[in-house]
Design a protein around this ligand. Structure first.
Ligand SMILES: NC(=O)c1ccc[n+]([C@@H]2O[C@H](COP(=O)([O-])OP(=O)(O)OC[C@H]3O[C@@H](n4cnc5c(N)ncnc54)[C@H](OP(=O)(O)O)[C@@H]3O)[C@@H](O)[C@H]2O)c1
Length: 232
């Protein structure tokens, strides 16, 4: 595939490295400096690309996705913190008959973890001796809090046990690529169920898998739908 990378940060650099190892071609890389308001996302710049992969900033993603919809370039985005604009972006995808796959987390392990967390919440439902909460930790440069995966984890837990809130505590520091933990705590015992990413490669591999899957499709999809068919 010929890939257009929108964003030149940590994630898209990891994706570029893996993509080349897998025989894909980096058609173009669009940087933050040249694309503050999506002005670099033009037909001439993107002509010949099969799929765009967008990893930028929470406040920039939706405008990029609207421009990519108008160009009818299938797009995978992993940017977090923009889902309040999903209805607008989904309408644009439908109007232009384009394709989008979005996920706050492209680790297959995390997608399985979210499903297992929902089942865990079902087991603990009604056990009021246990207090339940989520802790998520990321590197100091992460801009959004709670993390998109933390919010997805909270939603998965609430779908297993609607009586609890599952409040999220966010820790920011160092170089942590992403750790999420569900805790159930009673006076004399504690249960911790966690997922820990050891590197960005896991997200890069998932995003590339999604790009390969999305080429030639039309509509708005999540990574979860791609992996498991139906939504959880
Ligand atoms: N879904 C997943 O699996 C997953 C995994 C890891 C991270 N993420 C999320 O992915 C996003 C990016 O993460 P990252 O670690 O790569 O961040 P990063 O290292 O800060 O990189 C973001 C890059 O995007 C550039 N940028 C900003 N606005 C842009 C625009 N309009 N067009 C093109 N490029 C633009 C920035 O350039 P400037 O500095 O010049 O603005 C920067 O180089 C974050 O929202 C993060 O939470 C998702």
């Amino acid at each position: 595939m010929k890939l257009a990378l929108v964003g030149d940060g940590k994630m898209n650099r990891a994706i570029a490295q893996l993509a080349v190892e897998r025989g894909h071609v980096i058609h173009t890389v669009i940087t933050g400096g040249e694309n503050r308001s999506a002005e670099a996302l033009t037909a001439s710049r993107l002509q010949g690309a099969d799929v765009a992969i967008e990893f930028t900033r929470p406040e920039r993603a939706a405008d990029n996705l609207l421009a990519l919809a108008a160009l009818r370039l299938p797009t995978v985005t992993g940017t977090t913190g923009w889902l309040d604009r999903l209805p607008e972006v989904a309408r644009a995808m439908a109007t232009h008959r384009s394709a989008l796959l979005h996920s706050p987390n492209f680790s297959v392990g995390v997608q399985l973890y979210l499903r297992a967390a929902r089942d865990l919440a079902r087991q603990f439902a009604g056990r009021t001796a246990f207090d339940a909460y989520v802790v998520e930790s990321h590197h100091a440069a992460k801009r959004d809090a709670p993390s998109g995966t933390g919010l997805a984890l909270q939603a998965a837990l609430r779908s297993g046990d609607a009586a609890r809130d599952f409040p999220i505590t966010s820790v920011r520091g160092g170089h942590v690529p992403g750790t999420h933990e569900v805790c159930y705590d009673a006076p004399f015992e504690t249960i911790r169920f966690s997922h820990e990413a050891r590197g960005r490669q896991v997200f890069a591999a998932g995003a590339l898998l999604a790009a390969e899957w999305l080429a030639g499709r039309e509509g708005v999809f999540t990574f979860d739908q791609m992996l498991f068919g139906e939504a959880p």
